[in-house]
Design a protein around this ligand. Structure first.
Ligand code: 5AD
Ligand code: SF4
Length: 458
């Protein structure tokens, strides 16, 4: 049976979970005869997989839809808006951008073939339900061809949604309540990926360390237990997980950083603010002292652990003193990397209703000060690696011919001289120079490098 080939262009905004979801949508569509392409021009189907976390991210969708209008006029392209903007705004999107044919939220991806059939009849689709069934049960496994093309690192969603209701955040509304995938399904997906050459897996969840998927024994397993089981997979050399909440950083998970060799010594543990008053107003359910205590335990368990965080400046009611507390927390912890944002009021969240919103100019000034400090810490951390030997997983060609880029255990790009025969290999290299955004390294002697004994578990 031959089917006319159709093409799909998927653009992901926002977090890594959207990247993962986009790849799973591509897997579903492949089954329906769609080939993924990397430009929207001439595509039969265009999907914008959107992010609603801050206003700027959400607005990007509308500017992209404006650009897509001309593509739509010049051909018969179906345009879909998926992801968190779709979930939050639903049919308003079609009202504002009539070029859109389909709007569907993150819990409906498995219904894509049905949606396409509906659009064929000339109708529009809006689906922002939270269906009872598990979308993963209805999605094909990651396809071999695309997994191979995506390289040696992969994401696996293990948990979705959030019950924490931080007062600034839309996630509990757009992604729904916290749900964990069963252990066996996660392990099965991981094994498949490893069989296709993947060497590093990052477990994803909005609140990944709250994971409590049902295990083969019928009991709920914690993330620590899941990591232990995954670490047993032959050929899997690196494990990571993101994003974590300080409240769920339990002792078993902290111990996992000590006990699981392949768990990378790098943790993204967002704290958002260093002020107890603001943490309370954010409903973070922990204090700054709690955060310090967790960091102390983590560092006792894993002395070379590097930390990353998210910060919000200019949350409603944030005073200069509160902001100084954030700077002070940053100085006390020392982050290898971090993301920081100006508070962006999101419709429907409690903090958006607060009277004491902070002036944009004040937010901008605080953000600049915080980012200067974080940049300095990032550079200090990178410098501390000069002269050290780190494991690197080679992934892709560098900008200059004869260069290859890999990832350090701390997710920094590491540039070495070499060719694509290195892709997928893990090797210990000596860091020579730490630049602002990448590290330069010397590979071991070429003759030695060709022996398998140099392959370290990371
Ligand atoms: N405004 C600014 N930043 C936000 N984040 C989440 N919601 C908002 C908001 N309304 C940030 C938090 C979170 C990261 C993913 O995005 O720091 O950890
Ligand atoms: Fe949002 Fe807070 Fe949940 Fe993170 S823990 S997804 S910031 S509500």
């Amino acid at each position: 049976m031959s089917r006319a080939e159709k093409t799909v262009f998927i653009k992901s905004y926002g977090c890594q979970m959207n990247v993962y979801d986009s790849s799973r949508m591509a897997d579903i569509l492949e089954r329906d005869g769609y080939r993924a392409v990397d430009t929207p021009d001439g595509a039969d189907l265009i999907i914008l997989n959107t992010c609603h976390i801050r206003e700027k991210a959400a607005e990007k969708v509308y500017s992209e839809l404006g650009r897509l209008r001309s593509i739509k006029q010049s051909g018969k392209t179906t345009i879909a808006v998926a992801g968190c903007v779709a979930q939050a705004e639903g049919e308003e999107i079609i009202a504002r951008a009539p070029v859109v044919d389909m709007v569907f939220g993150p819990q409906s991806y498995h219904r894509l073939p049905d949606f396409l059939a509906t659009v064929e009849t000339g109708a529009k689709v809006v689906d922002t339900e939270f269906p009872a069934e598990d979308k993963f049960d209805h999605m094909p496994a990651p396809a071999r061809t695309r997994t191979e093309a995506r390289g040696r690192t992969a994401f696996v969603t293990v948990q979705e949604g959030c019950d924490k209701f931080c007062t600034f955040c839309v996630v509990p509304y757009t992604r729904g309540a916290e749900v964990s995938r069963p252990v066996e399904k996660v392990i099965h997906e991981a094994r498949r990926l490893v069989a296709m050459g993947v060497r590093e897996i990052t477990l994803l969840g909005q609140n990944v360390n709250a994971y409590h998927g049902v295990g083969p024994d019928g009991r709920d397993w914690s993330l620590a237990r899941l990591l232990e089981a995954l670490a047993e997979i032959d050929g899997l050399d690196r494990l990571r997980y993101t994003t974590s909440h300080p409240r769920d950083m339990d002792d078993a998970l902290i111990a996992a950083h000590r006990d699981i060799d392949i768990l990378m010594p790098y943790l993204h543990l967002p704290v958002q603010s260093g002020s107890d008053r603001i943490l309370k107003a954010m409903n973070r359910q922990h204090t700054r002292a709690d955060y310090f205590a967790i960091i102390d335990k983590l560092r006792a368990a894993k002395p070379d652990l590097a930390l990353s965080s998210d910060f919000i400046v200019g949350f409603p009611g944030e005073t200069d003193a509160d902001f100084e507390d954030t700077l002070d927390l940053v100085s006390a912890v020392g982050f290898a990397q971090a993301y920081s944002f100006k508070y962006s009021p999101r419709p429907g969240t409690p903090a958006a209703e607060a009277d004491d919103q902070i002036d944009e100019a004040v937010k901008a000034e605080r953000l600049a000060r915080l980012q200067a400090l974080l940049r300095e810490q990032q550079a200090t951390f990178a410098k501390s690696l000069e002269g050290r030997t780190l494991s690197v997983l080679y992934e892709k060609s560098g900008r200059k011919p004869g260069q290859v880029i890999g990832r350090s255990p701390y997710l920094q790009p590491v540039v070495v001289n070499g060719d694509e025969s290195l892709f997928g290999r893990i090797e210990s290299v000596r860091i020579t120079t730490a630049g602002p955004n990448s590290l330069l390294a010397d590979r071991p002697m070429a003759s030695a490098a060709s022996t398998a004994s140099l392959e370290v578990p990371a």
